[in-house]
Design a protein. Sequence first.
Length: 256
Amino acid sequence: MEPAELAQTIERYVRPDTFPVAARIWPREEPLPERTRRPAEDLGARITICQAVSMARRYGWSLAVDTQDLSCPIAQVAFGFKPALDFYRQGGLTHGMYTETAEAGARTEEAVPKLAPEESGLVVVAPLARARFSPQAVVVYGNSAQVMVLVAAALYKRGGDLVSRFSARADCADIVIRAIREREPQVVLPCYGDRVFGQTQDHEMAFTFPMERADEIAAGLEGTYRGGVRYPIPHYLRYEADFPESYKKLARMWEE
């Protein structure tokens, strides 16, 4: 399935408020797609991966982020741009903020999906409908009902359930790295940084999946729609209202 066709299917059945986003780890030796912005050069600022995703889904921009464009230390490690020093591995970033102890912080850092340096490349994101490249992962932001529709679509042919992991931080690694590496859809709880820097709103969640599952998820969106799983969620309205006693008294007067 072509990215534009997938975007059209998602927009028809899920109706997200912002563009679905295509993501790819781009080899440094290859030329970038046309009209791709580099934050440090074109915006005059280093940004976070979650900011790049927000720019893609809200502005409709295509961006490529490498180490010189990236301000977030967590993402520098996760995407293989910088080494995981002992301070990082031993929980130095989490201790006192996300975890009570450095030992707990070390476990949190260990759980973050990471690219090895040889796997690393520019992180390229763009609106799915306008992507000038073949995505490795697709992420859709929406409310919980819209994410539920996507979960139902992902399970339409296979059944069962989805397994997702949450840690309240480093959701960029879940969106891109985990989706590509594990080759399975993920429900994503936007992390603290995504909310502060990416300005993701309190009502938003995300759903990410590898592009290789695109045909299956598109078929699932169509199939579950035919089955009645739809967004906006239909409200059940076929009931008789109950009114205050004074209203009922007037109705009885009419009957008399």
